[in-house]
Design a protein around this ligand. Structure first.
Ligand SMILES: Nc1ncnc2c1ncn2[C@@H]1O[C@H](COP(=O)(O)OP(=O)(O)OP(=O)(O)O)[C@@H](O)[C@H]1O
Ligand SMILES: [Mg+2]
Length: 221
């Protein structure tokens, strides 16, 4: 057991070598799911672009006017000092780690975070380009004794490539039984630091609710 796993809180690492695969989207929906379930969750944003952190700052401004939206704090973190970041997770019931796509430049840090995590999620879009980089990444993590779970994102079951690419990912590692479909409106609530889950009547919340149920079971929360 790693040092980080000795504390009671759970850690979810979101990692993919492919830019734009949905790491930050997944991170913010998981943070909102947790907060709505009454679980104090912290986001740590390791990406220098600070997509998740900026989203949380917009959310904090929105919450000043509409406090009924759940609180989802996010702090910036550095892959150069991942130990300090893991210390911030101590005592926090759930910490979600959002990372940049540049995994090759930060392999020791990403490996350390993956080892500290209770669950490693790898979002993947079902295209040739994504699968070409995600499948080897899943295999590389698996070779280190980790058990990453792929989350299919922007899924479109009507395309013939979807099934083919999904099959390749299933051969590389575990795949979450729920996929996130292509949702044209997903970026709209983000402008105010919100997610689809903040609107109970949103089209498209069911897959995120299912993903949260899966995650909760996986990490025993
Ligand atoms: N299921 C989806 N349906 C439609 N658009 C999506 C979906 N998931 C993500 N997107 C869009 O794709 C873009 C990239 O998503 P996101 O920022 O979450 O990817 P990322 O993996 O964090 O990217 P980066 O590697 O640059 O950090 C965003 O504009 C987001 O709104
Ligand atoms: Mg991102």
């Amino acid at each position: 057991m790693t040092q980080a796993k000795t504390h009671a809180g759970k850690i979810i690492l979101i990692t993919s070598p492919k830019g734009g695969s949905g790491k930050s989207v997944l991170s913010r929906h998981l943070l909102v799911s947790a907060a709505q379930a009454g679980i104090a969750a912290l986001g740590l944003d390791f990406d220098r672009q600070q997509t998740l952190h900026k989203w949380a700052q917009r959310r904090a401004r929105t919450r000043e006017a509409f406090s009924d939206f759940a609180n989802t704090p996010v702090e910036p973190a550095s892959l150069l000092d991942w130990r300090a970041a893991l210390r911030r997770a101590e005592g926090v019931p759930l910490t979600v780690l959002d990372t940049p796509p540049s995994v090759e430049d930060h392999l020791p840090a990403i490996h350390a975070l993956a080892e500290a995590a209770d669950l490693v999620l790898v979002p993947a879009v079902c295209t040739q380009d994504d699968v070409e980089s995600v499948a080897p990444w899943v295999r590389a993590l698996t070779a280190r004794g980790l058990k990453p779970t792929v989350v299919l994102n922007r899924a479109n079951r009507r395309t013939s490539s979807f099934g083919r690419m999904r099959g390749l990912l299933i051969k590389a590692g575990a795949v979450c039984p729920t996929e996130i479909p292509q949702l044209e409106d997903i970026h709209v609530p983000s402008m105010k630091g919100l997610t689809l889950l903040d609107y109970s009547k949103s089209r498209g919340i069911a897959p995120f609710e299912e993903l949260w149920a899966f995650v909760r079971r996986e990490v025993a929360l």
